[in-house]
Design a protein around this ligand. Structure first.
Ligand code: GUN
Length: 277
């Protein structure tokens, strides 16, 4: 029988720990949340981030900018927030409208306030094992594994996906935890065969239910980063849960697996930013 890794429960535990720490140490943290345009999915994510701040006792300052906002205007706002001592963390919800270069935006956020962990300095620190902010989704996956007593050391870890936000930092974190790491992508030959070696398989492919039992070694731990809405209105991941779960020793569900951890780790980064100041 497999173990269901309960991200909702673990994320709540983390948020409760943070709430306690913020109260005990009288930590004053404020997160600036910037959304450009009104993409409905982004609005939901931003709303959930602000709710989490409130729950923990972190201030949040919202900047809801119109779709037509220019790159210069957004960069100017970031400069102001970088210089503002009352702001500890800055988050620009992605994607930004097409006329804005997201790389320029990410690079402009002070690495001291980069609670998303997307700045090249944050990524570089992660790469060489120095202190810095780590991208929230992969950091959340490491917490899920640790808090579910899944050891990473010496394990065959296979990450499917090489995005800057998930795949690459995930691989670096698994490596930092002494896993043997393989990163797969769209050009990988014989993906099934590579995945089948994994003791820990992280799926961040972006294709609904693509990972079936054929990709999974008996007894593997499977982490599903995907989230997709099906025609029947229900959510599913990159993993075909019903097909795969019976072959695993532990697996994350969608929803209620990796998703809630992303916000919990953002809160961890906000508290860290306030303590570092
Ligand atoms: N869009 C999708 N995921 C994220 C995230 O983790 N941070 C930001 N800023 N935007 C996102």
């Amino acid at each position: 029988m497999y173990k269901l890794i309960d991200g909702k429960l673990i994320s709540t535990t983390i948020k409760d720990e943070l709430k306690q720490e913020v109260a005990d140490k009288n930590i004053k943290a404020t997160l600036a949340v910037i959304q450009v345009g009104n993409d409905p999915a982004s609005s939901v994510y931003v709303g959930n981030k602000k709710k989490a701040c409130e729950y923990i006792g972190i201030g949040s300052k919202s900047f809801e900018l119109p779709e037509e906002t220019t790159e210069e205007e957004l960069l100017k706002l970031i400069d102001e927030l970088n210089a503002d001592d009352s702001i500890n963390g800055i988050l620009v919800q992605l994607p930004v409208p097409k006329h804005i270069d997201d790389e320029k935006i990410i690079n402009r956020i002070s690495p001291l306030k980069d609670v998303d962990g997307f700045h090249p300095e944050s990524v570089g620190n992660l790469c060489i094992g120095q202190e810095g902010f780590v991208s929230c989704t992969p950091a959340g996956i490491i917490e899920l594994l640790k808090r579910s007593d899944v050891s990473i050391e010496g394990k065959e870890c296979v990450v499917i996906g090489r995005s800057n936000i998930v795949g690459k930092p995930m691989a670096l974190l698994l490596l930092a935890n002494n896993g043997t790491v393989t990163v797969c992508h769209s050009r990988t030959k014989d993906l099934k065969k590579v995945c089948k070696r994994a003791d820990i398989l992280v799926a961040a492919v972006g294709k609904p239910k693509m990972i079936t039992a054929e990709y999974v070694k008996e007894g593997a731990v499977v982490i599903d980063v995907g989230i997709h809405r099906m025609d029947n209105g229900k959510l599913c991941g990159d993993v075909d849960f019903d097909d795969v779960a019976p072959h695993t020793s532990a697996i994350t569900p969608v929803p209620g697996g990796v998703g809630p951890m992303t916000i919990a780790m953002l809160m961890v980064n906000c508290v860290k930013a306030a303590k570092r100041r």
